[in-house]
Every structure is written in structure tokens, then in C-alpha cells.
Ligand binder design. Sequence first.
Ligand code: F6P
Length: 360
Amino acid sequence: MKRIAVLTGGGDAPGLNAVIRAVTKTAINIYGCDVFGVLDGYDGFIAPNGILPLDLAAVRGILPRGGTILGTANRGNPFARKVMRDGQQVVIDVSDEVIKAIQELHLDAVIVIGGDGTLRVAMELCEKGVPVIGVPKTIDNDVGGTEVTFGFDTALMIATEALDRLHTTAEAHHRVMVLELMGRDAGFIALHSGVAGGADVILIPEIPFRYEAIFRKVRERAEGGAKFSLMAVSEGAKPVGGQEVFSRSGDAVYVPRLGGIGQEVGKYIESQGLEARVTVLGHLQRGGSPTAFDRWLATRYGAAAVRTAAQGGFGRMVALRDAKVIDIPISEALAVPKRVNLKGDAITTARGIGISFGDE
Ligand code: F6P
């Protein structure tokens, strides 16, 4: 292994720079490789000046930094790229151009750091002969085959802090405070931060809720003397028999953007005569410095990805199982998206301490 590239695709997550740093250092120190950063996801392979040589100096000081020094793109699927042709927007496949660029760069391995969308592209490129290794990233923690993705712990910490802050103002004003959290179709951020931040109601996509049940919880609390309530609501939560709320519809390139369920919940509470306020935490969950856990996991993932590449383990993704970093086929990771286990101890624990999921 002589030449290795690394790219970051999809939404950013705290810890991306820690992976880039670990890949670069391990590839140089242990294998004597030339390392290249690909700018803005797969786009860098076909953009002018899209490839950046990485040496030890280039990755110095980036460990605690959020974002990614390489840039990222969440519309960067080379198999479906939106371009203008004769004044019309069309979707074209530029994967062969990407593959040609990889061949011309004489790359022995491409380390792809991404969530399910970016990893799916990696798998398809691998099927066409590109030597890829995947590293799972997302604050949503919804990639299968791994216990945790880096970025999740940082998002959790920020969401928990937000709940702590909402708690004091909720109590002061005797209000219901609703916090809408990211996570797409997985409820991990709302569930974990809701438990850690003392939420009274947690709404997650995996458990459709009833508005009446939410309000019953608020009323019970009031009857017990607690004149305020705190709610952690996943952006993907939906009522029984209802739909998710989207702030923008999708198309062949964009996935639809979730957002707005927090407002719906707040409106319902107010319609029942109580005062409610809604906070949408949004991209604060993704920005800024990674926690120590995310730096530690990201560094281990980056180093393990290079070792896997050196062993020729192409088409595989690094993953955490039983606290060990292992590697598994990317196809296995993508076969079943990870969702909250409704029979797991987290849900049982939450119910046991009196948290409502709006389904009773
Ligand atoms: O997948 C990460 C995530 O932050 C989701 O939780 C959220 O739904 C989505 O990305 C937001 O994407 P964008 O950055 O395009 O607004």
C-alpha cells in the first residue's frame, strides 16, 4: 500500500477531523504511504483542485476541531448528480469519471467516512472495482452493524445540556418546554438525552404517539405538584396513524428534510390551555468540538480503517462491538438500519422511571 485517499461525505459530525488525523498519521507512520484528502465528498475526485496532499503538518491541531478540513457534500452521490443541461436541471451518473480519477491517482485505498448514503455509494464503487474501506459517521447513530457511530456522543451532550437549560426556565414559568431533536428515523438522540436530561415525555419515530397520552402525562404531573414538563421530541416522531412532519420535500437527489413536529406538539399543549414553548436545537447538535469519547472512537476507527486497507479488506467498514473495533462488510452494515430496540433496557428503564412515550 503506497497511496491512500480519505474523504468525508454527508452531513458533518463531530470527530471527522479526528478520523482524518488518525488515517493520515497511521498511513504515514506505520505504512510510509502518500496520503491525499478528497475535498467535498466524492466531488473532489472530479473537481478542479479537488485533491489535497496530506502530511503530518496538515493534520496538526485538528483533533478538537468540529466540521471537516476536507469539506463535505450531502448531494454528492456520483451515481445521481444534479446538473444544468440546456437550461434544464437533469440528474446524471458521473461514477465512471470518479472511477477514472481514482485510477489516474493510482490509489491503493480510499477511506470513506460517511453515514448510510455515503457508505452505499462506497459499496457501489467497490462493486465497480474501487478499493474502499468505510468508517461509520453520524450524530443519528443509525448505521447498522456497529454499536455506535462517532458524533453521537457529542450530539447527546449538547441535547442534554439544552434540556438542563430548558428545565430551569420551564420550572420558573410553569410551562411545558418542547425540545425538537435531530435523528431522522431513529430516536437515539431523543431517547438518550431525554433520559440523561430528565425529560418527562420522549417521542421517538419507533413509537407512534397519541397527543392525548402526552397531555395526560402533563396533567398527572400537575396533579402531583409539578407545574412544568419537559419533552424531548425526535424530528421523526409521528402520531399513531399519522405522518412525519417535513420542512422540505425530497427529490431524486435531496432526501426530504424532517422538521416541525415539535411545533405540532406545542400547539396541541396550548390548545389544551397550558403554556408551551418550542425549541428546535437543529445544527447545534452537529457543530463544534467533539467529546473525548468521540475523539477516542474516531481515532480508533481511523487507525483501524488503515490497518484494514493494508490487509486488503476492501468493501469492509470498521465498527464497534463489545468495546472492540472490528471490521464487517459494508453490505452487512447497510442491510438493516439501526433503530431503537423497543425491547431493550433503555426503553424499560425510561418507562420504569416514569417517562412517557405517549403510547399509554
Ligand atoms: O443525518 C444527520 C442529520 O443531522 C439528521 O439528524 C438531520 O435530519 C439531517 O442530517 C439534517 O440535514 P441537513 O444538514 O441537510 O439540514
